[in-house]
Design a protein around this ligand. Structure first.
Ligand code: SF4
Length: 257
């Protein structure tokens, strides 16, 4: 069994943090998901174990230690959830692992995986109560809930009052053999056709240095990003809707019949 010192839920949000975008597929695809454009451009993406190995090589060589989080897509569909987590947990770069999920594919989460993860953060919608109750009962010390029934709509054009930027997402993201300056920049650059901007770099020694410089120069993306508190201050929340939600509910009803 892999042994590690578990950290508090508050400390897990302290930088340096790294999002591991492990899969594009999602069972819900909420309309206002900020990652939607990245997911749609790479619909079959899943992080391979080779990608994980390469990432850990450069990360350890650079002496980095991260609070990690799994994102996507829906990480519970990631085919390497168990083996990838083993590699990550064993790495000297690992301070903690947070799994971000809607919990609905909970049958893919077993005790062995849970033991290697510090916390499971479940987004609460108005249709995953059953999954939340089940996981809370099974893993009461690891499960944390965050309300996502209402959400901010993504702005269609830059909000000019949203500067200087107050970013609440200080993590980088690893996706498809590249490190991006922040979790939202790639998806937003696809959506707004900002292909001329430098938003990330290939894995290399000390990759964080360059990424911090890139982040400094990206006010335009930040004015479009819900991670910027000042963008959210200019918007009203709306119901967080997934078209798939109705279909999933329908599926459940049919099953009951
Ligand atoms: S685009 Fe800007 S505000 Fe949004 S997460 Fe990245 S750095 Fe933060």
């Amino acid at each position: 069994m892999i042994k590690y010192t578990r950290i508090s839920y508050e400390d897990i949000f302290k930088p340096p943090m790294m999002s591991m975008f492990v899969i594009s597929a999602c069972n819900l695809q909420c309309e206002e998901c900020i990652m939607m454009n990245q997911m749609h451009l790479h619909p079959s993406y899943q992080m391979s174990l080779e990608e994980m190995e390469k990432f850990l090589y450069y990360t350890e060589k650079s002496g980095y230690r991260f609070n990690y989080r799994y994102t996507g897509g829906e990480p519970l569909y990631w085919r390497n959830l168990k083996d990838g987590t083993k590699m990550l947990r064993k790495s000297k770069s690992c301070k903690s692992i947070l799994l971000m999920t809607n919990g609905m594919k909970h049958e893919n989460l077993n005790d062995e995986i849970i033991r290697m993860i510090d916390y499971v953060r479940i987004s609460q919608y108005n249709y995953n109560d059953e999954a939340i109750s089940l996981l809370k009962e099974k893993y009461p010390h690891k499960v944390k809930i965050v309300d996502r029934e209402k959400f901010y709509p993504n702005p269609l054009s830059p909000i000019h009052e949203a500067a200087p930027v107050e970013c609440g997402n200080l993590e980088h993201i690893y996706f498809n053999k590249k490190i991006y300056m922040c979790p939202h920049s790639y998806s937003l650059s696809i959506k707004h056709n900002l292909k001329n901007l430098e938003i990330g770099i290939d894995l290399c020694d000390n990759y964080c240095n360059r990424n911090l410089e890139i982040r400094e120069g990206h006010e335009l993306i930040c004015k479009l990003c819900l991670g910027n508190k000042k963008v959210r201050d200019n918007l009203d929340m709306i119901d967080n809707v997934s078209n798939r939600h109705e279909k999933l509910v329908q599926l459940n009803i049919n099953k009951i019949k």
